[in-house]
Design a protein around this ligand. Sequence first.
Ligand SMILES: Cc1cc2nc3c(=O)[nH]c(=O)nc-3n(C[C@H](O)[C@H](O)[C@H](O)COP(=O)(O)OP(=O)(O)OC[C@H]3O[C@@H](n4cnc5c(N)ncnc54)[C@H](O)[C@@H]3O)c2cc1C
Ligand code: SF4
Ligand code: SF4
Length: 430
Amino acid sequence: MLGDDRPAAPAQAVIRLTLAAPAPRGLCTDCGISRTEDDKRCGRACQFIQPDYPALETQVHGRTRDAARPDELHFGPFRRMLRAALVPRLAGAQWTGITSRLAERLLETGAADAVLAMGSAADDPWRPEPVLVTEAAGMAQVRGMKMGYAPLLALLEPARARGFKRLAVIGIPCQVYALRALERELGFERLFVIGTPCSDNTTTERFHAFLDLLGSHLREDAAAITYLEFRADYHVELRFADGRTRAIPFLMLPLSQLPPDFFPLTCRSCVDYTNVLADLTVGYMGGTGAQWLIVRNDRGEELVDLLGSELRSGAPISAGKRHGAVKGFLANVERAAGGLPLRKMPDWLRPIVGWLMPKVGPKGLEFARARVEMKAVESIVHLRREAPRKMKNMLPAHVWALARPYGLEAREGEEPGTAGRHSDDFPHKV
Ligand SMILES: Cc1cc2nc3c(=O)[nH]c(=O)nc-3n(C[C@H](O)[C@H](O)[C@H](O)COP(=O)(O)OP(=O)(O)OC[C@H]3O[C@@H](n4cnc5c(N)ncnc54)[C@H](O)[C@@H]3O)c2cc1C
Ligand code: SF4
Ligand code: SF4
């Protein structure tokens, strides 16, 4: 939430810097590397150029994902998963504030000298702007989700120049991929990586266009919307400056009125929904109304321990069947990619199906599996149409394994090349 109920922090606790301009790139979410001293590192660091997930999973977690272990094909390597909430919840946080509280604890205990995270621009609370936070009180300024991508990693060199040796980074998957690819040469003594899942991102400008559309559709003032979240119960939650909240079923949203390129190709073809290279992923998809933690390695366990009794947690649940939902999604993605109108439900049926979906649709981990499979099929369909030559590099073998039950097979020239070269777990030609 981006309201004004956040406590003020000392100005020096949050460092904001003027950044160099980005270098021109093709597929790029401006993670910040092209703005650093050696912008040529994009070639090695970018998830859109020649990613190597198996190698980086092994570097970070000691092994690559193991399809024989439950859920690793979908969510990447992990030790355990939790359904969790921070108690008491933090005002102004996106969910209960687990992410912010972890960063506060790292600073309070001295485990980290600084936290690299995403604050808001002074003139637009929705616009992400990277910051370095050096005191726990400063984390109050970065709570909540902003919409869009911003050059988080451009602050790595300034962090090192200021003498911060133990750094925590909170990032979305495309930022975390580049961070891990360059981790060994960055020269930090300790790096804590807290990742959030990410999907369907776009530029802040386009997000504002969506808010305007949503506002007029719902007869609300778009400028008064302070919070938006796509929840796992098939509703979008909105909060308003006057304290009201509304939950709108997905089916009642004006999504079909968005232009076909509303989401950039980067975000339509991004293969790492669950942030597999983070030490700890903090999301909500598998949380059935609570938060969802994926603890991936020792450092992830260390992070969870920092919360002690402030964290209430249990095992995630799983219910329902995803296959039909993913199949229907694929059919619509194929129509949209082919320039055909989406199959629309008659208006009279929408409220009924919107009411039914939370009751009969996949829930908990099954909902998260469905979303990951939807992303996999979406990546294949969009890249095949718009950038077929990038497929062999951008789509690792596990994406094909996720898409295979829906009839999508790699054609000649699409098989993983570099992207899957270290994987023994998934056949490269599927
Ligand atoms: C664009 C985007 C899409 C997301 N999509 C999903 C999804 O589909 N499924 C899912 O389970 N979770 C998703 N998340 C994560 C989810 O919204 C919550 O951020 C996460 O669960 C943490 O909640 P919290 O209360 O612990 O966060 P808070 O304590 O409120 O902290 C939020 C943290 O997110 C970071 N952040 C905020 N905006 C951005 C941004 N634009 N770019 C990079 N970092 C940012 C900030 O550094 C901040 O530290 C998404 C997050 C983003 C930014
Ligand atoms: S996303 Fe990052 S690594 Fe990739 S091209 Fe853009 S700046 Fe470079
Ligand atoms: S959807 Fe993927 S590419 Fe787009 S901003 Fe999120 S992590 Fe980056």
